[in-house]
Design a protein around this ligand. Structure first.
Ligand SMILES: Nc1ncnc2c1ncn2[C@@H]1O[C@H](COP(=O)(O)OP(=O)(O)OP(=O)(O)O)[C@@H](O)[C@H]1O
Ligand SMILES: [Mg+2]
Length: 315
């Protein structure tokens, strides 16, 4: 049977069904209560609720007819600012239904060049009597100041583990999934505050096995190492225990199928969590950078990783 993807099935419909981002939700609720909305800029990492918040607003402001009043565009899909302008013009031509304005959600606004953003600013102004723009981007610094100053800016932060966990627990319960203790934590750990990644991973695991979802299973399907394994690897290296280093390294590369490039990224991240002084961390980071570069240039990943870890033991 075709199954709806969970990121859509469980996408919150109201702001108060979202988790985290409390301050943002409170400010946005204010707009809903007053039935007014300025142009907005939503900035923040992937999978933290930018699109979801915009859809919730449309839902709460416009009710059942929200689709007629909501246009979603993606700046990197559309062929340049001209297509965006044409679509905006067509959309703005008809009156909003049961409301004073329509909403245009422009995703990846930071993909537009500066010139295109200038043109966008003019478009925003021409249609501001009927349309409110919500621009979404990862970094607000990539949006030109004249646009920033015309928007209320909302900074979405990475969601914290507790919030993601409570959300995933609800989904797991609704889908009647059996989870090993700690499996959700592994999913959350790998996803770095991105709920979309978490949900996709959980769904992939759930459809590919009928039995209980274990930590190991998640690591295998995601081709990722558990943070603890990477920390162990680093500690063995720092202690000069090269046999243990090799065993652990091979387990990660060959049993879990993690690519050298992914593993080096995880090593880079875990260096910050090591219990060593900062001066030493700096040296490890510099070495990691060198070896990451060599890997991207295509050298043999096993040899490079072993060499990197050997360097760690003499730093
Ligand atoms: N704060 C949140 N509360 C509950 N669910 C969330 C939250 N953030 C994201 N999600 C879930 O994750 C999915 C992806 O979120 P969303 O599309 O809002 O991310 P985004 O911030 O727009 O990311 P991108 O920058 O990649 O477009 C949603 O379908 C929703 O199920
Ligand atoms: Mg989005």
């Amino acid at each position: 049977m075709f199954e709806k993807i969970w990121i859509e099935k469980y996408r919150p419909k109201k702001l108060n069904e979202m988790v985290g981002q409390e301050e943002i939700r409170e400010r946005l609720s204010g707009f809903i209560n007053s039935k007014s909305l300025p142009h907005c800029l939503f900035a923040g990492p992937a999978g933290t609720g930018k699109t979801t918040a915009a859809l919730c607003m449309a839902n709460e402001l416009f009710g059942q007819k929200w689709k007629a009043n909501f246009l979603e565009l993606n700046a990197s899909d559309e062929r340049g600012i001209d297509t965006i302008r044409t679509k905006v013009k067509d959309f703005a031509r008809t009156m909003p239904i049961n409301a004073d304005f329509k909403i245009i959600y422009l995703d990846e606004a930071d993909a537009l060049t500066r010139d295109a953003q200038q043109a966008l600013r003019r478009t925003m102004e021409s249609y501001s009597s009927v349309c409110r723009f919500i621009l979404a981007c990862n970094y607000s610094s990539k949006i030109i100041l004249p646009i920033q100053s015309r928007c209320a800016i909302f900074r979405f932060s990475r969601l914290d583990k507790e919030n993601i966990k409570s959300y995933l627990e609800k989904v797991a319960k609704a889908e009647k999934i059996k989870l090993e203790n700690g499996a959700l934590e592994v999913i959350i750990d790998i996803s770095e505050g991105d709920i979309r990644k978490c949900l996709n991973m959980l769904q992939t695991a759930a459809v590919s096995t009928q039995s209980k979802i274990t930590k190991d299973y998640i690591l295998q399907i995601s081709h990722r190492a558990e943070s603890k394994d990477v920390r162990d690897l680093l500690n063995y290296a720092l202690g000069g225990e090269i046999k243990k280093v090799r065993k652990k390294l091979y387990k990660l590369l060959f049993d879990y199928g993690i690519s050298g490039e992914d593993l080096i990224k995880q090593i880079h991240k875990e260096i910050y969590n090591l219990d060593i002084d900062d001066e030493k961390k700096v040296k490890l980071l510099i070495k990691t950078g060198e070896y990451e570069f060599r890997l991207t240039e295509g050298s043999n990943e096993v040899i490079q990783l072993e060499a990197l870890l050997a360097q760690f033991s003499v730093i």
